[in-house]
Design a binder for this molecule. Structure first.
Ligand SMILES: *Cc1c(COP(=O)(O)O)cnc(C)c1O
Length: 415
């Protein structure tokens, strides 16, 4: 069976008849789960802000893998760190120590000021870990009665796809067919500090929030909301947990979005750009008081904190800092949003954003516009039905952004 499959690996007839793009799409649709609805561009390689499909066509990446490649594709410094580490050791498991983990932990502390970190792989795992840590802190430190801990979250949240996380999603499709769900979560409206005050009880361990909601369509809460929510949490001994997996690491024009309101969350959750798109690396950063509740055997991950992950993440953080990506994001974001706001189209409801993280909300479906932009050489993706999110790599040049804006204008005018 396997031998036959291998022989038929490249069915030249089909592939010549269909063209390579269509052939690969057909294979993926036949053998892969249809849990995404990607644009029909088959990427073969990428460099910086540009990606190339299997036919050799070039596109400007205006999504940056949902902000996982803020440093640009295949950044040479991260690439060499990865290759160098691959020659040494890639995985030890945490049964043994490795020489990269302590150095990465120190880098994280020096960069953010957080006392300790717990390293995981995907963003979802980091959120899961933060929920576990918050609950345990609630019992061991705050003194919440056993199994009574509550965690407050917001409407339109996106924190991942595991059963515990979708248990508090407000997106019907994310939950449909996946019950029964986990209890212990309360959902309040995003941006409403008074609702937070009301929802807190003596059993509340934590408030989990995205400082700006990315998947919801770059939803920015009212000015002062995060600071007020943070003060409410402080006043009630509730952990303020910021999910900065998408908003963090330069995307909004600051290293972290919480800096816009001058607060320091009790718990910071990071992922995505933490390893520049080379590797899944995520983490929960917080105080010794909080992570101190975790003792050997409480929690773990075979790959979490592995030497490859740590070497790649160290180089990725260096690039963000040394190439001033947060400042670039602030500067170029202002330029880009101002240019987009010059577009005169009756189909635009609102253009909003912070740094190089910008959404255009439309009166019409966004998908056909993303498809038209793809034909013009720009890759971006709709979120919900009528919102287009732009989040290019932060190394993008001004000229490239203006080139994209011209094309976005043309496509929107043709609707
Ligand atoms: C992407 C994302 C996650 C999940 O991260 P994965 O790496 O896809 O598991 C969680 N929270 C936010 C805010 C995200 O943007």
């Amino acid at each position: 069976m396997a031998a036959t499959v291998l022989q038929q690996d490249t069915p030249h007839d089909t592939h010549e008849a269909l063209g390579l793009t269509a052939h690969l799409i057909q294979l993926e649709d036949q053998y892969g789960t249809h849990n995404y609805k990607p644009l029909d561009v088959v990427v073969e390689r990428a460099e910086g802000v540009w990606v190339y499909d299997v036919e050799g066509r070039r596109y400007l990446d205006c999504l940056a893998a949902y902000s996982a490649v803020n440093q640009g594709h295949c950044h040479p410094r991260i690439l060499s760190a990865m290759i160098e580490q691959a020659h040494k050791v890639t995985l030890t498991s945490r049964a043994f120590r490795n020489d990269q983990l302590p150095r990465f932990l120190e880098d994280l502390h020096n960069l953010t000021g957080y006392e300790m970190a717990l390293l995981m792989n995907s963003g979802t795992e980091a959120v899961e870990s933060a929920l576990k840590v918050a609950r345990k802190w609630g019992y061991k430190v705050k003194g919440i009665p056993a199994n009574q801990a509550e965690i407050i979250v917001c409407t339109n949240n996106f924190h991942g796809r595991t059963i515990s996380i979708i248990s508090f999603s407000t997106e019907d499709q994310y939950r449909d067919g996946f019950g029964p769900f986990l209890s212990g979560f309360k959902v309040i409206p995003f941006g409403d500090a008074a609702a937070l005050r009301t929802a807190i009880t003596p059993n509340t361990a934590a408030f989990l929030v995205e400082p700006i909601q990315g998947e919801a369509g770059v939803l920015i809460p009212p000015d002062g909301y995060l600071a007020e929510a943070f003060a409410i949490c402080k006043g009630n001994k509730v952990l303020f947990m910021a999910d900065e997996i998408q908003s963090g690491l330069g995307r909004t024009g600051k290293l972290f979005a919480y800096e816009h309101e001058g607060i320091t969350p009790d718990v910071l959750i990071v992922g995505k750009a933490l390893a520049g798109g080379f590797y899944p690396v995520s983490g929960v950063l917080t105080s010794r008081e909080v992570l101190g509740v975790i003792t050997p055997g409480d929690h773990g991950s075979t790959f979490g904190g592995n030497p490859m992950a740590c070497a790649v993440a160290r180089a990725s953080l260096k690039v963000i800092v040394e190439e001033h990506l947060a400042d670039r994001s602030a500067e170029l974001g202002t330029l880009f949003i101002n240019r987009l706001r010059q577009i005169n189209s009756p189909h635009i409801i609102e253009i909003r954003g912070r740094g190089l993280w910008i959404a255009i909300e439309l009166t019409t479906p966004a998908r056909p516009i993303c498809e038209a932009l793809m034909r013009e050489g720009i890759l971006c993706k709709e979120t919900h039905d009528n919102i287009i999110r732009f989040a290019p790599p932060l190394i993008i040049e001004k000229e490239e952004l203006l080139w994209a804006a011209d094309r976005i204008e043309e496509v929107l005018k043709a609707v």
